[in-house]
Design a protein around this ligand. Structure first.
Ligand code: HEM
Length: 238
């Protein structure tokens, strides 16, 4: 006589179960995308202070480290924000990669190639753009946070560090190209995140489009202006 073992169904936490589905991954991409857009907007606005001179942006960097004043130990709030940013970035990347695999697997074998190419143009642009932006972020951290990007660097003096870095033409060009690609990525992302969370009524499409254009344009124009301003001598040392 053969005995059959009772099948034990493993129960996962509801959010892990939800994340396994394409809809769940899209939600995670949208929510983490909003966090990342918020960071980019704040980062760009903060960097605009370089137009007010070294004291202004250097004091801004200092006040970020001092967030929370006497209520929390120095740099603790900044570290909490950094951890949140890293977590949002990691989840955004993980959801993007696993969603791509899921799409590949569910693609019908005899699907019209041209149709496929058209339907997936935006998502493929997002992946290539995303990879280049990720490479840019690694270089950017080496360059302006860790000081290992090859330019003269002094901790706590972002104004001087930015000028030293962007005075190098190839670096300025790299920043410009990467930020333009980031702009395209932001446009597609801001446009599709509403679709991802089910807010895609045709009545709102015009509004969605302007929102996506607006957010991408503001962040991109601000970011691209910095290397141009240093190269043009508008932002300079001494
Ligand atoms: C030309 C545009 C940009 C300029 C001038 C700029 C400038 C800076 C500077 C000066 C720092 C160091 C701050 C400090 O430690 O005092 C920094 C940090 C950082 N930047 Fe940018 N940035 C630019 C664009 C970007 C973009 C497009 C991204 C992301 C896609 C980004 C992500 C970061 C991150 C994650 C940090 C580390 C923040 C931290 O350590 O708390 N930046 N940036």
């Amino acid at each position: 006589m053969t005995t059959t073992r009772p099948t034990v169904k493993r129960r996962r936490l509801w959010f892990l179960e939800f994340y396994r589905s394409a809809v769940g991954k899209k939600w995670v991409m949208a929510v983490t995308g909003i966090i990342l857009i918020g960071y980019l907007l704040a980062h760009m606005v903060g960097n605009l202070k370089m137009y007010l001179g070294p004291e202004s942006i250097n004091a801004y960097g200092e006040s970020l480290r001092d967030l929370g004043g006497h209520l929390v130990p120095r740099t603790h709030l900044l570290w909490i924000m950094r951890i949140g940013l890293v977590a949002a970035t990691a989840l955004h990347l993980h959801a993007a990669i696993t969603l791509t695999f899921l799409n590949w697997r569910s693609r019908p074998a005899r699907y019209d190639e041209r149709h496929y190419a058209a339907a997936n143009y935006a998502s493929r642009t997002m992946i290539y753009g995303g990879v280049i932006v990720a490479a840019f972020v690694v270089f950017h951290l080496m360059d302006l946070t860790w000081g290992s990007g090859g330019a003269e660097f002094a901790r706590g003096l972002p104004y001087e560090n930015i000028v030293h870095s962007f005075e190098r033409l190839p670096v300025a060009l790299f920043y410009i190209v990467a930020n333009l690609l980031l702009g395209v990525h932001l446009y597609h992302g801001a446009w599709s995140m509403f679709q991802s969370i089910g807010l895609n009524h045709p009545r709102f499409n015009q509004w969605r489009r302007w929102f996506a254009y607006g957010i991408a344009a503001v962040i991109t124009i601000g970011n691209v202006s910095f290397p141009i301003a240093v190269q043009a001598g508008i932002v300079h040392l001494g």
